[in-house]
Design a protein around this ligand. Structure first.
Ligand SMILES: [Zn+2]
Length: 206
């Protein structure tokens, strides 16, 4: 598996943030789980461009043959996701992340580094996890690589969270010049807030 990151179809702007967003309405008390089975995780990885069609099929078939191991891998993925989410929410709001969440990332990072190697790609070198095609945790290694890249670079200052007060919770990488982005834009949170302000103004003018 050699993935070219420029081919990723990230909506949030960084892979690790897309992963954190796989729990919908993440900041609310009624979140919606998008990763209900290991197959959902594979489907997500395929959709975003981490796994090509044959790799996704191979992993799904293997998960169907080993449901208990796949389920454990799914739970591990969700644990990592919540740690990543908590870290970036803290950062986005200028707070200090919890040590336990950083340790959770460190655990997967150690596994990832243990499997990492450089291979020759097209026009350069790319990360690869040799012989890991069957490993249920492989998607997490890409995620943790992305998370550590963001956390150890200036990218960190550009992580933001949708300001929607109903608990949208969506994380994004802010590419605006003065880092003024406030909304996810994925489900019209900004428009809804605008409409609410407009309505409040109209009714207070009456
Ligand atoms: Zn939103």
């Amino acid at each position: 598996m050699a993935t070219v990151k420029s081919q990723l179809k990230s909506e949030a702007g960084r892979l690790c943030l897309d992963f954190a967003n796989t729990l919908d309405w993440h900041a609310s008390d009624h979140p919606i789980e998008k990763l209900t089975t290991y197959a959902d995780l594979v489907a997500w990885a395929h959709k975003i461009g981490l796994l090509n069609e044959p790799a996704a099929r191979q992993l799904s078939d293997r998960a169907a043959q080993h449901p208990r191991i796949a389920q454990a891998a799914l739970e591990k993925a969700r644990t990592l996701r919540e740690a990543i989410y908590a870290i970036f929410v803290a950062v986005a709001h200028g707070e200090t992340p919890e040590m336990a969440d950083i340790e959770s990332v460190n655990t997967t990072l150690a596994e990832m580094l243990n499997r990492s190697r450089l291979v020759q790609g097209e026009g350069g070198f790319v990360w690869d996890w040799g012989g890991a095609e069957d490993d249920f945790d492989q998607v997490l290694w890409w995620v943790v690589q992305s998370a550590t890249e963001v956390m150890t670079s200036d990218d960190l200052q550009r992580v933001g969270q949708c300001a929607d007060d109903r608990g949208c919770g969506w994380l994004f990488y802010d590419t605006s010049k003065n880092r003024t982005r406030r909304w996810c834009d994925m489900r019209g949170c900004g428009n809804r807030a605008k409409a609410r302000r407009h309505y409040a103004k109209v009714t207070s003018d009456e």
